[in-house]
Ligand binder design. Structure first.
Ligand code: SF4
Length: 494
């Protein structure tokens, strides 16, 4: 019965034999789908003036020996790679031999992994310029709403380990340990301790060990001097720009960079991106918002960000540039049950504060904070406070009157506070939906949680490729078909 079943039909589909000769082999062109993204990459890169964008060897100069690979081919390869979660130069080289889309895209060229890696390493500025050009293309296609932008950040690991990054504390600790070890070896040698010497095979080996420790100590001292001279707080011999960045997670610090993204609300496209090695977002808001506004070419813009971006100077810089910020306000400023600033009412006409007991805090003098903010100081009357029934809720135990400080541009803070009270909740919901998607996609979908390049400039170029691939994929999903994209690209060149 079993053999009868086998004869009745085939269990699985079968392809033609590998050894069957094809009379008319199809061309490579026929292997690539008409709607394949690889065709979009090809047509887009063909529109670019690579020489103007600053790519090396883009002028087509004749050279002795083997001709160079055309930058357009290498750019197409990288764009294909980043769109397909392949960014290592060795893997890209492999794909040039086995992947029909890549074979089609590169016209059967096979650059070596070194050529591929050097292209990314040697063209950081040009790669950033391509990213910007694609943002302009999206703008020309009216894909930006240009009204609201959400800003967010994430830490990504650099090409340097945590152990390779030294801080003053780590260096001091290491220096002390090395000095103690050297001292111990000296003592051992001086005492002619035979037991120790035998454990280390012989005295010559001990001398070697001592010399190694001394060299290590010398490097440690050089690092400390370098750190002092640079004014930096950290130093890495592997990647001089990578830093230990602290976030309140169980994983401890990240050795790497802080990536920044500004996302337009219409289609969730990244309108501006950057990489910094400052673990704190407090100085990034205005810079990112201004970059987004410039790329959008709009007069006014609203930006929304989480509380890690809250900085009053940044709020003012945004307002000065006609950008309206909505930044979550951290609740950290509460006053141990005592009256806070918000319980005192400012009277702009008489330039004074009125306290909860109805008494006046008069202007006393000007002061300056560490970050350069000019502060006006206001102070209550000792007599009023002495007899005040609210004294226990207002003053610290040893104080006899209350002082307040007001920034010379406090109205910026008050306007922001007002906006957040009335509309903040709705903006914060939009922020979460908008800003976290691109960085989540880059980190979780693509799996890019670390950089391959070293140095801030090259890392920025690498992140430009990541954001470009994110925008590229998104644009192809937004547009009804590839034809529209192709037509637009062709028109752009004409
Ligand atoms: S203690 Fe002084 S400042 Fe505070 S509520 Fe009383 S009078 Fe006003």
């Amino acid at each position: 019965m079993a053999s009868e079943g086998r004869h009745m039909g085939r269990r699985y589909k079968e392809g033609p034999s590998r050894h069957q000769l094809l009379l008319m082999p199809p061309s490579i062109e026929e292997y690539v789908d008409v709607d394949s993204k690889v065709r979009a990459i090809d047509v887009y890169v063909s529109t670019l003036d690579l020489e103007k964008l600053g790519f090396q060897n883009a002028g087509g100069e004749l050279s002795a020996g083997q001709p160079a690979f055309e930058p357009a081919a290498l750019l197409k390869l990288y764009l294909w790679g980043y769109l397909n979660r392949t960014r290592s130069s060795r893997r890209l080289e492999r794909e040039t031999y086995r992947n029909l889309e890549v074979i089609w895209l590169l016209n059967q060229l096979h650059p070596s992994y070194k050529t591929i890696a050097d292209f990314r390493k040697n063209n950081p500025t040009a790669l950033k310029a391509v990213n910007k050009d694609f943002i302009l293309l999206c703008r020309e296609l009216s894909l930006f709403g240009a009204e609201l932008v959400a800003i967010d950040s994430a830490f990504m690991e650099g090409n340097a380990s945590k152990a390779s990054i030294q801080t003053r504390t780590k260096l001091k600790r290491l220096q002390a340990k090395l000095e103690a070890d050297i001292e111990a070896w000296h003592t051992t040698l001086a005492q002619g301790d035979r037991q120790e010497a035998q454990a280390a095979q012989d005295e010559e080996a001990m001398q070697d060990k001592l010399a190694r420790l001394k060299r290590h100590l010398q490097h440690c001292q050089q690092d400390m001097e370098h750190l002092e001279a640079s004014g930096e707080t950290q130093l890495s011999r592997t990647d001089p720009d990578a830093r230990l960045l602290n976030k309140k997670t169980d994983k401890g610090p990240t050795a790497g960079f802080n990536v920044q993204c500004a996302v337009d609300s219409q289609h969730g496209l990244i309108i501006a991106s950057d990489v910094v090695n400052d673990g704190n977002d407090q100085n990034q808001l205005a810079r990112m918002a201004l970059q987004a506004k410039e790329n959008l070419g709009t007069k006014n813009l609203e930006v929304v960000a989480d509380s890690s971006y809250y900085n009053q100077l940044e709020l003012k810089a945004c307002e000065d540039a006609d950008i309206t910020p909505f930044v979550a306000i951290s609740q950290r400023g509460k006053h141990d049950g005592r009256f806070g600033r918000e319980d005192f009412i400012y009277d702009p006409d008489s330039d004074c504060y009125r306290c909860p007991a109805g008494n006046v805090l008069k202007f006393s003098c000007m002061g300056k904070t560490n970050n350069g903010k000019q502060m006006r100081r206001y102070i209550s009357s000792r007599t009023d406070c002495k007899s005040c029934p609210l004294r226990g809720q207002c003053l610290k135990e040893k104080s006899n009157r209350r002082q307040l400080q007001r920034w010379e541009h406090e109205e910026v803070v008050e306007r922001h506070q007002q906006r957040m009270e009335t509309e903040g909740e709705a903006y914060m919901k939009q922020r979460a939906a908008l800003a976290e998607h691109p960085l989540g996609t880059i980190k979780m979908w693509a799996g890019w949680t670390h950089f391959l390049c070293r140095g801030l400039d090259k890392v920025r170029a690498e992140f430009s490729l990541m954001t470009l691939s994110y925008n590229f994929t998104r644009v192809l999903n937004i547009l009804p078909d590839l034809e529209r994209f192709r037509e637009y690209c062709e028109k752009r060149v004409a």
